[in-house]
Design a protein. Sequence first.
Length: 302
Amino acid sequence: MGDPCGIGPEIIAKALSNPSVNKIGELQVIGDFQIFKKYLKSPLKNCSFIDLKNFDLSRISSSKPSKKAGKASLAYLDTALSLLKVKKLSALVTGPICKEAIQMLNPKFKGHTEYLANFFDVKKFEMMFVTKNLKVVIATRHIPLKDISSSVTKENLYQTIHLTFESLKKQFKIKMPKIAICGLNPHAGEGGRMGKEEKQIIIPAIQKAQKISKNIDGPFAADTLFCPFNIKKYDAVIAMYHDQGLIPIKASAFNSLVNLTIGLPIIRTSPAHGTAFDIVGKNKADPSSMIESIRLAAHLSK
């Protein structure tokens, strides 16, 4: 259910009333039913609720980061993981969490993605943002801008390209995936005049990956790569850092965007937005991204 003080309960309840979600099969919601039921307009269909009864909204100020809400969020997630581990669930869809709330309990908490990878003891994993026509993978995830250059290494980038290629083939059934790689610097370094990372790191990683497939291209200047006439040539783009990849894809498909964690032994998706504390309880939350997250998880877990 995500953070109980966020929009997670609302968008899940709205998504479950969507006809395309009703057809999926048996679903389970893990959270606190006293909060969730406020958003239900009709009885659940093909869905059961695992009620942890571990959060009392009346005892705290809602719609802002809370240590108690962070603790509840982790309890929902840990319950889901315990069920996945014994194969009682076939896929996981996570509602939005508040990292600040969870970091009140665990200062080292980085996010769902890293938490799940640690649980399953996976060393190489990535966030893939999925739309109908394009997928974007972020090579360095949630790190400060000042640390990006040192975090992009030839081996790490090669592993990201390889993982993306395998995900497109195995999960999305694309026989010959076409992948474009962004440069790190403006104009993709312009031959070394605007930075050396392209020549020293990114191009060698691409050349190594091209031994797997010749359909891996780059590095390209990100400001032109994401233009419609260029992007339509590719199944996926690998961006060097968070905002480089997420600004264009969220600008074009925010309401339908899904975050898929690739590299895990299970299917995990989530809406590509946060808790939206400012609109909680106002019936303004758009469930579209949650609907697509549920649909994609069901499709990939078949």
